[in-house]
Write a protein that binds this ligand. Structure first.
Ligand code: DQA
Length: 139
């Protein structure tokens, strides 16, 4: 079982960035916890602040991996290119957000990629990633 944890812009700053919203754990903490919870799963982690690099990564793993847990950050709300890439691959993508985007600014209420995803998990802090993995493993 191969799962990609994919993080978009500004998520390299997790642990330092607006901790009141995003908590104090780093991306590395999340990744290590997932590996500990599911030692039999092969997890890969990739983060980029660059839209095209996220598209390239979706293309690279999207015909081979069993699942992609994707926090596209602000690109969720703006990127047609990422939404199209999610639609164009075979691997199921789960959209995740650390914060509850529906409790925040209105511009965060719209996801361009959501309709191309298997589902959405939003608002459970770092647990959002683990919940998405849980779904992929229960399939
Ligand atoms: C986010 C929510 C987005 O609106 C925001 O731009 C982010 C993080 C979240 O995980 O809560 O960068 O995806």
């Amino acid at each position: 079982m191969k799962i990609l944890i994919l993080n978009g812009p500004n998520l390299n700053l997790l642990g330092k960035r607006e901790p009141g919203i995003y908590g104090s754990a780093s991306a590395e903490d999340i990744f290590n916890e997932l590996k500990q919870l599911h030692p039999s799963v092969t997890f890969t982690y990739f983060q980029s602040n660059v839209e095209g690099e996220l598209v390239n990564k979706l293309h690279e793993v999207g015909f081979d991996y069993d699942g992609i847990v994707f926090n596209a950050g602000a690109y969720t709300h703006t990127s047609i290119a990422i939404a199209d890439a999610v639609a164009g691959i075979k691997t199921p993508v789960i959209e995740v957000h650390i914060s509850n985007v529906y409790a925040r600014e209105e511009y965060r209420h719209k996801s361009l990629m959501a309709k191309n995803c298997a589902g959405i998990i939003t608002g459970f802090g770092m647990k959002s990633y683990a919940l998405a993995v849980h779904h992929l493993l229960s399939k």
